[in-house]
Design a protein around this ligand. Structure first.
Ligand code: DC
Length: 230
């Protein structure tokens, strides 16, 4: 069967990565979590003191971009690829609420976006890829054969993220998580460069009341339809 490009965009904590991983595993495609790349650059900026609660030294981060090497390594035990920053596995470090609190600011920087988009396009040039993020259907792969745009209410999404962080033993309150989700929604949809937007040809899925399996089966049918028509 012909391989296609699947672009999955949407608000934070809408389960994009869960769906993308299911699809990649089932179809034998490569999965790329572009949010992890923005998180990795944010972690680099935090590690080096370029971003704190009080200030953000954007220019120094821009000057450091040539020294940021990102790549994914597939972990067969987990069934997905983990994020490496300059050859160090930082998968765990990039999932904290601290990183979530700064990442939208870093993702606003055009020079950061240009570097990551170039790497993402390179990773997807052979097709057979499922990529999730905010600008995949609009900027990274505007001609992707299948584009999905995922939404769910902020309350539902915050509850999911809260459960996930608690499951990992991180001490956070529901209010903190909700504030982060709403704050990121705002910045992601209002930034000047590549704001989160549904591509005109994307199919919207509100999964507030859908199970993971219902959602997966619905999208799998869409993949079948697209590949059959090629
Ligand atoms: O998918 P995520 O929540 O891990 O993404 C983290 C942040 O990265 C998100 O708040 C916005 C940004 N992002 C982006 O601007 N463009 C992408 N393609 C992916 C993520």
């Amino acid at each position: 069967m012909k391989k296609i490009t699947i672009a999955i965009d949407g608000f934070s904590s809408t389960g994009k990565s869960t769906l993308a991983k299911q699809l990649a595993q089932h179809l034998g495609y490569v999965y790329v979590d572009t949010g992890a790349m923005y998180r990795a650059v944010t972690f680099f900026a935090m590690q080096n003191g370029y971003i704190t609660k009080d200030f953000f030294d954007k220019q120094t981060l821009i000057n450091s971009l040539p020294y940021i090497k990102l790549h994914f390594v597939f972990n067969p035990d987990l069934g997905f690829a983990e994020m490496y920053l300059n050859d160090i596995n930082i998968e765990k470090e990039i999932r904290t609420l601290d990183v979530s609190n700064f990442v939208s600011l870093v993702a606003e920087v055009s020079e950061v976006r240009a570097k990551l988009v170039e790497q993402q396009q390179e990773m997807g040039k052979e097709k057979g890829i499922v990529m999730d993020g905010r600008d995949i259907g609009t900027v990274v792969f505007p001609s992707a054969e299948l584009k999905i745009f995922m939404t769910a209410s902020a309350q539902t999404r915050a509850q999911r993220r809260f459960d996930e962080l608690q499951g990992k033993g991180q001490e956070v309150s529901f209010e903190e998580v909700l504030k982060n989700v709403e704050g990121r929604d705002y910045i992601d949809t209002h930034r000047e460069d590549s704001p989160l937007r549904k591509a005109a040809d994307a199919i919207e899925i509100d999964n507030s009341y859908l199970t993971k399996d219902e959602q997966f089966n619905a999208v799998l049918e869409m993949v079948d339809e697209v590949t059959k028509s090629m």
